[in-house]
Ligand binder design. Structure first.
Ligand code: UDP
Length: 331
């Protein structure tokens, strides 16, 4: 298959690109490198530096290659940043997608796999969230993703663009080859931040709030291994190419860990004490997000292999100990 991966040099996109290449697909990556790394793109994928909002560039790419499928990962994804600068999120995320869909439609490319998020659900009283749960995003990041989902759904109705939307819960881990991993500057995600203490890059962790209505007062999240997530994308692609119905799937592990539990697990794994300070709640944070992944398991036959938190921590630890400065010094 000829596949365009928009945002394929980022953390999640690069892991999907690797699995696509390993499955012998022809991949073109478009990424503006705002948060991505050209070195994260597995060869022989073709890397093009550019913005998804650049319509002439997109038209050139679609003229050169007749794409069968498009994957979209090119979005800003920090809850905190989105609370401070919502227009950035609506502009980059929503208008970038519109440009991509316009060009897809122009070139009659009718298949898209879209990277969405559990942030579309907001605060919910449901312990385990299914795809039918109401969506009331609590921050502009989640709102922008929900808008993008709806735009894709209307494009399905109007132009027959077929889609799978994957709503990720908290993605963590690194490819087991050790060649690619998460490299954000600055890092904002919990697991890599916690590992920075035993890696001697920070002295303590600030827990954002300990007065939530959860088992120990800290926020609860559902952590899914990036390799399992990548596998879900390939299954979603094959499903659409078989002509099956466009739909939305949650992707998570169906298990919730509190922030404090994550810190304890990393302490156990590394045998190093991780000092903790309690800070204010982070604006826009829901108290608990745990996926029901029953639908993707039954419809796509997705079976996560790395459900043990230690396998996530182990892969992140390997990535960081072998790449102490991320991609910076990779050749
Ligand atoms: N968190 C924290 N301290 C940190 C980073 C994150 O307490 O230094 C909490 C954060 O408030 C959230 C959870 O850990 O409830 C997971 O945060 P992350 O940014 O990894 O993912 P999010 O759930 O926001 O997408």
């Amino acid at each position: 298959m000829n596949i365009l991966v928009v945002g394929g040099a980022g953390y999640i996109g690069s892991h999907i690109v690797k699995q696509l290449i390993d499955s012998n697909h022809k991949v073109v990556v478009l990424d503006n490198l705002q948060t991505g790394h050209a070195k994260a793109v597995t060869e022989p994928a073709i890397f093009i530096k550019g913005n998804v909002k650049d319509k002439p560039l997109l038209r050139n790419l679609f003229t050169e290659t007749s794409f069968d499928v498009v994957f979209h990962f090119a979005a800003n994804s920090s809850v905190e940043e989105s609370m401070k600068d919502p227009l950035l999120y609506f502009d980059n995320n929503v208008s970038g997608l519109i440009t991509l869909l316009e060009v897809m439609n122009e070139f009659a490319v009718k298949t898209i796999i879209f990277s969405s998020t559990a942030a579309v659900y907001g605060d919910t009283s449901e312990k385990v969230i299914t795809e039918d749960n109401e969506t009331i995003p609590k921050n502009p990041y989640g709102e922008s993703k929900r808008m993008m989902e709806k735009i894709i759904q209307w494009c399905h109705t109007a132009y027959d663009i077929n889609y799978v939307v994957l709503r990720y819960f908290n993605v963590a881990g690194a490819d087991l080859s050790g060649a690619i991993g998460e490299d954000h500057q600055p890092e904002t995600h919990l697991i890599p931040i916690v590992l920075e203490v035993p890696l001697s890059k920070r002295d303590f962790i600030t827990i954002f709030g300990n007065d939530y209505d959860t088992k120990d007062g800290t926020t609860v999240r559902d952590y899914v291994h990036v390799v399992d997530l990548a596998n879900a994308h390939l299954l979603a692609m094959n499903y659409l190419l078989e002509g099956k119905e466009s739909t939305i799937f949650n992707v998570g592990s169906s298990t919730g860990f509190s922030t404090l539990e994550i810190i304890n697990k990393v302490e156990e794994y590394t045998q190093k004490k991780i000092p903790v300070k309690y800070g204010n709640r982070r604006e826009g944070d829901p108290h608990s997000l745990i996926a029901s992944s029953k639908k993707i398991e039954s419809v796509l036959g997705w079976k996560p292999q790395y459900t043990d938190l230690n396998s996530i921590i182990d892969s992140v630890w390997k990535w960081h100990t072998t790449h102490p400065t991320g991609y910076e010094n990779d050749v």
